[in-house]
Write a protein that binds this ligand. Structure first.
Ligand SMILES: [Zn+2]
Length: 321
């Protein structure tokens, strides 16, 4: 099934279906920058028919645009701080709307700076939504292995998990995954086979994953899903190519956009560049794409950096029109 603009127009006019104003699905993709199309940008030729139909071309900076119900714009991730943008500070910026790297004077990889964790907990989009009486769903499923890795200190809590726990969100598990009420971070669940977790119901197709994500938006005004595939592929820590990862993401977007309930807005963005430059060995200082599809798209037109996403997101959830 392919996305088409007829579906989209239905989404734009149906936003009064809910008690809250503008429900939103936030898809966070780690490590995708927005750069010009060229031979070193794998997004130029990646198999992304859904994005191409939506934008009129690949997810490159030539497609920056704003029209009713559709916005693609670049977001600065450097936030005025030297060095390569990183996930720890970048994700705090996105989720809490603060200039995290400026506050600590550097970009911090992987996990949120300890000094900023209280602020993240208090000001996250989940907590702000909660303050307005709005529930959020964290759509990712977390495995027993994940919690064990936290307990044994092999992993630390990501920005999203800190924010979700502080807002009292239920973190979904494998039972939710089997019930079709959650997604694995790799979209299809194929990663679970590597953990010896077997199920005849996995992997699901990317399209099914997108349909599932769309359906979750019927249960809460804010649905959040995070996917680390691009950054891991960019660092060559996966047995998947950047092209394969992009095709999987595009398949998810196909399912998601086709099933997006009336009035729901899709927001997709990233914390820093990586896969859009095959020459750079890791992260880049490129901007990241802010892609917004749906009735709240215009609210994000003034956003210029990753720290600026949270405020209009909350405004969209609570404000009329
Ligand atoms: Zn990285």
């Amino acid at each position: 099934m392919s996305y088409n603009r007829a579906n989209y127009s239905v989404a734009v006019i149906g936003c009064q279906t809910y008690g809250y104003r503008m429900p939103l699905i936030f898809v966070f993709l780690d490590g995708i920058g927005l750069a010009p199309a060229n031979q070193h940008n794998p997004l130029t030729t990646a198999d992304t028919p859904t994005l191409q139909a939506l934008l009129g071309g690949p997810l490159t900076s030539e497609q920056v645009q704003h029209r009713p119900g559709l916005l693609l714009r670049p977001l600065d991730t450097t936030l005025g701080v030297a060095g390569l943008p990183q996930s720890g500070t970048g994700q705090v910026a996105l989720l809490a709307g603060i200039n995290a790297p400026a506050r600590i004077g550097r970009h911090q990889p992987s996990y949120p700076p300890v000094a900023l964790q209280p602020l993240l907990a208090e000001q996250s989009i989940f907590r702000q939504a909660q303050a307005h009486g709005l529930h959020s769903i964290f759509a990712n499923a977390f495995t027993p292995a994940y919690w064990h890795a936290l307990a044994s200190r092999r992993l630390r809590r990501s920005a999203s998990v800190i924010a979700a726990e502080a807002a009292g969100l239920r973190l979904r598990d494998l039972a939710d995954l089997w019930d079709g009420q959650a997604l694995m971070w790799d979209i299809t669940g194929a990663v679970l086979h590597a953990q010896d977790i077997d199920s005849c119901s996995l992997p699901i197709s990317p399209h099914t994953a997108g349909t599932r994500l769309a359906a979750l938006s019927l249960a809460a005004p804010l649905v959040f899903f995070e996917c680390f595939l691009p950054d891991l592929a960019g660092h060559q820590r996966l047995p998947l190519s950047v092209e394969t990862v992009m095709a999987r993401i595009d398949g998810m977007l196909d399912g998601l956009l086709a099933a997006l309930p009336p009035g729901v807005t899709l927001l997709l963005t990233s914390d820093h560049g990586n896969i859009e430059d095959s020459v750079a060995p890791g992260h880049t200082r490129n901007p990241v794409p802010l892609l917004v599809v749906g009735p709240a798209a215009h609210r994000f037109a003034p956003v210029v950096d990753t720290a600026g996403v949270a405020a209009p997101l909350i405004d969209a959830l609570v404000a009329a029109g």
